[in-house]
Ligand binder design. Structure first.
Ligand code: ISL
Ligand code: CA
Length: 573
């Protein structure tokens, strides 16, 4: 069986993990220094967010050179040392593969924009302007960029627009050109595969193929100048041809891939990417769960805790259906990554220390009991929470947050009520929360960097109570709980990573009760109270006689009720 099937992958955000030289920015030597800690969690692999050279308009998702490392993070040699150190420990290492776009400072784009006759003109997506009868210049269509504004940027020099689905500093590569694809495979992929990495997390994997006529998106919101067009640029006409071709390159190295698959809710469509016989991707991240509560058109146009348990059940089922024994696909389980707010602040309760600890452990039982490959994001294992609501808006550094807040200012004329609502939404869902420095100990700057340094993002106010050092000493901590959970996952792969998921009580509004069926009808019964109140359950009938309690986040022993955020995992034989 492939190594990644029963694996847990630990995701690292280089800027915020550990600073080794006191410049306030995390780095590769910092990661190396913490590898023992990472190994001690019981994970099998690490995934490193982009560490490539970049002007950092989108935290390294704007790459100016695939074959170099962003100097504050270190050097190619440092990454080689990290690869070796992971392998010495029997751990695998995945890098982030960002190939929908490059930075506008990449040499390819500099050439491309230099003239209409340049060899690389066609490596990016250039289109002429449209003109109104009065001569007003307009972009080729009305698509809205993922970070706001038009997807088209005007180039004065050559008098054409280029496409950028994300920031203007992230021009989209033209995958229709075979020479571009060959260069991507060589520079972004094989350069690192030859150094021995074990695979890639593939950024925005379903966006490479665009409809060549670039039709306007239907106007869904008349108040918006630019319209959401995901259904047009995701899962485009040639996407599977490209990914299958890319899959051939990966096959040479036996590399695994996890593709990021937003805007693809139908199981049948997901299967086209991950079905084993298609040889496209090993697995994908679906957005069903993490998109919960986000605004439909504008992600941050929403109010906190805008979700209900039946919705979580239903969306969990969608991701677990890939593992129901009828398909040859593989799934993933995750609640956090560098683009998401902290899970305990979203689905748990961070208002009191007791509920915080209990609900973080409950969420650990939830996600670590699901089938597929498990992903754990740095800080999740100690229950890190969203940045405080008392922080000013200036603490938000992410391009998506900044653009959204500016958009609200501009479109409402600084209306204080609209601005207050925007700030509440950002405090609940912004990508920034995942990017706060890792909390290692209770000293100034939380041990992330030296006490004298200024960390690139502000350290959370709660670092003295929430940190690795403190939880390492406490057998009842969230950290200890995660280690126990990952051990169980290793010991019973048939029911945890590979089991068949069954939602046995789909109507439940407060308690999520599901089963996982493994070998010889061995079964897990997972029961989780998602509320801050005591809830009735009927475990007597569910458990029968031969059961064993594998783990719980409290000391309750009633088979008739669960305390606030109480959860238990039983094994039935
Ligand atoms: O469509 C979206 C927003 O409208 C998102 O779901 C988007 O697809 C997703 O956020 C893509 O994320 C990845 O690519 C981005 C980068 O900023 C993120 O950090 C990365 O995870 C651009 O490279
Ligand atoms: Ca540093």
């Amino acid at each position: 069986m492939s190594w990644w099937k029963n694996a847990t992958v630990y995701q690292i955000y280089p800027a915020s993990f550990k600073d080794s030289n006191g410049d306030g920015i995390g780095d590769i030597p910092g990661i190396l220094a913490q590898l023992d800690y990472i190994e001690s969690l019981g994970v099998d692999a690490i995934w490193l967010c982009p560490m490539y050279d970049s002007p950092q308009h989108d935290m390294g998702y704007d790459i100016s050179n695939y074959e170099a490392v962003y100097p504050p993070y270190g050097t190619v040699k440092d990454v080689e040392a990290l690869i070796e150190a992971c392998h010495e420990r029997g751990m695998k290492i995945l890098l982030d593969l960002v190939i929908n776009h490059t930075s506008n400072e990449h040499a390819w784009f500099k050439e491309s924009r230099s003239s209409k006759n340049n060899d690389k003109r066609d490596w990016y997506i250039w289109r002429p302007a449209k003109y109104d009868t009065d001569g007003t210049r307009r972009p080729p269509n009305n698509w809205r960029s993922c970070f706001g504004g038009s997807v088209w940027e005007w180039d004065e020099e050559t008098q054409e627009y280029y496409l950028h689905l994300f920031a203007p500093q992230q021009p989209d590569l033209n995958w229709e050109n075979p020479a571009t694809r060959a260069a991507i495979y060589e520079s972004a992929m094989e350069f690192w595969l030859r150094k021995g990495i074990d695979g890639f997390r593939v950024d925005t994997v379903n966006m490479y193929s665009k409809p060549s006529d670039f039709p306007d998106a239907p106007v869904t919101d008349t108040s918006l100048q630019w319209q959401p067009a995901h259904h047009l640029f995701c899962n485009g006409p040639r996407i599977h041809e490209y990914i299958r071709e890319m899959g051939q390159v990966l096959l040479k190295y036996n590399a695994m891939t996890v593709g990021e698959l937003p805007h693809c809710p139908e199981v049948e469509d997901v299967l086209r990417y991950v079905s084993a016989k298609e040889k496209q991707l090993s697995m994908v991240f679906q957005f069903e769960i993490v998109d919960m509560g986000a605004g439909q058109t504008l992600r941050y146009d929403t109010v906190p805790r805008n979700w209900k348990l039946p919705q979580l059940r239903q969306r969990t089922l969608v991701t677990q259906r890939l593992m129901d024994g009828t398909t040859d696909g593989w799934s993933t389980a995750f609640l956090e990554n560098h683009d998401q707010a902290r899970s305990v602040s979203r689905w748990g309760d961070d208002t009191t220390p007791e509920l915080w600890a209990r609900s973080a452990k409950m969420l650990s039982m939830f996600v670590a009991s699901l089938s597929g490959t498990l992903y754990l994001y740095q800080g999740q294992e100690i229950g890190m929470v969203n940045g405080p609501s008392s922080w000013p808006i200036s603490e938000y550094k992410d391009v998506e947050s900044i653009n959204f807040y500016r958009f609200v200012r501009e479109t409402t004329n600084d209306d204080p009520i609209a601005l207050a609502k925007a700030k509440v939404a950002l405090q609940h869902l912004a990508r920034d929360h995942a990017r706060l420095p890792m909390q290692w100990d209770g000293t100034v700057n939380a041990g992330f960097t030296t006490p004298e340094a200024t960390p690139w993002m502000r350290v959370h106010d709660n670092y003295q109570s929430v940190n690795v050092k403190r939880q390492n000493l406490d057998g009842q901590s969230i950290l200890a709980f995660w280690r126990q959970m990952l051990r169980l996952r290793r010991n019973y792969p048939d029911v945890f990573a590979c089991g068949m998921f069954q939602d046995t009580d789909p109507q439940g509004e407060s308690v999520f009760l599901f089963e996982k069926v493994g070998e010889s009808n061995r079964k897990l019964v997972v029961t989780l109270n998602f509320t801050s109140k005591t809830q009735k359950v009927d475990l007597v009938n569910r458990l029968g006689r031969d059961y064993k309690l594998l783990i719980q986040n409290g000391d309750g022993d009633s088979l008739e009720e669960l305390q606030a955020y109480e959860g238990r995992v039983y094994l039935l034989t």
